[in-house]
Design a binder for this molecule. Sequence first.
Ligand SMILES: Nc1ncnc2c1ncn2[C@@H]1O[C@H](COP(=O)(O)OP(=O)(O)OP(=O)(O)O)[C@@H](O)[C@H]1O
Length: 347
Amino acid sequence: MIELRDVYKTFTRKEMQIDALKGINLKVEKGDIFGVIGYSGAGKSTLIRLVNYLERPTKGQVLVAGHDLGEYNDRELRAAKKNIGMIFQHFNLLESKKVFDNVAIPLVLLKKNKTEIRKRVEELLEFVGLSDKAGSYPSELSGGQKQRVGIARALASNPSILLCDEATSALDPQTTQSILQLLKRINAEYNITVMIITHEMSVIQEICNKVAVMEEGRIIEQGSVLDVFGHPKHETTQNFVKTVIQNSLTPSVQKSIKAEHGKLLYKLNFIGESASEPILYEMIRSSDIKVNILFANTTEIQEMTLGTVIIQLNGDQTEINNAIAFLKRNGVGVEEVESYVFDHSNR
Ligand SMILES: Nc1ncnc2c1ncn2[C@@H]1O[C@H](COP(=O)(O)OP(=O)(O)OP(=O)(O)O)[C@@H](O)[C@H]1O
């Protein structure tokens, strides 16, 4: 649906070169809600702006529905853009126009007749729950309502892709929830592919099925949300995951194991089915090793359960190895961690 092939983007400002994107490869499939996360300056906005050719790549290809946008002439590019809606952090509404007229803008540009415009705008305002605000001005609306107008406007031309540039960053947590649920409905009911950029991992956790993590113009990790949340490899990804899932020891447990400095602990990840099976119980029952559970937590992602357990194993090393092999055979992710890893005061 959307594909970026080895994309570079360099800006030149006052004879300085800024490499905003450095060899981006990603694929968004039809029906995905694809999240791109990264800290400020990572290149997220630049990346999303390439998808509707608000920016052109310095090198590489941007393909939408199998076509390289760089090969289109102006007329073809306009037609391709009609297929892509976009919403923004600060809504970008025309303050001098009423809600109805803001939503109608794309339809007026497409030269639709008045009856068609009225029908479509009314339909869209009903979908976003703002039928009673058609005659209001943006200044009379809350942030969440303004974003709903932005969404209705983005959907006016029946796009098959919706791009969201930090669409909930200016909203309070409750309003964020309602806008995220609306995006989920748009994806499910209209089969619209959604691409979201954000710096909030909770947004990714809430609605995305895939995620790419960006840092300094590169994608450092990408995959299904369940995999990336379950086995974050890169330190930056681990830090993002920590903002939504507690997966490390509490300070008091850290203190109590400090005496056994250097002792190996194991972090176990249970994803999907393995989270609901009594695998740990089976392991304990079938061996002589002593299992000390230091931490346990479960989270729901994509309607699947993700469990994290940190254990200490004491006993014969061969038995320990057998127990770990048993866990792995049963789909549990096992990561060895030395106790000092958890003790940040020792670093
Ligand atoms: N039009 C531009 N001219 C010059 N430099 C730019 C331009 N747009 C972006 N940049 C630079 O490119 C880099 C990436 O910026 P970008 O806005 O894509 O990052 P971001 O991850 O979206 O950050 P933020 O969340 O703060 O918006 C930054 O160093 C930025 O200063």
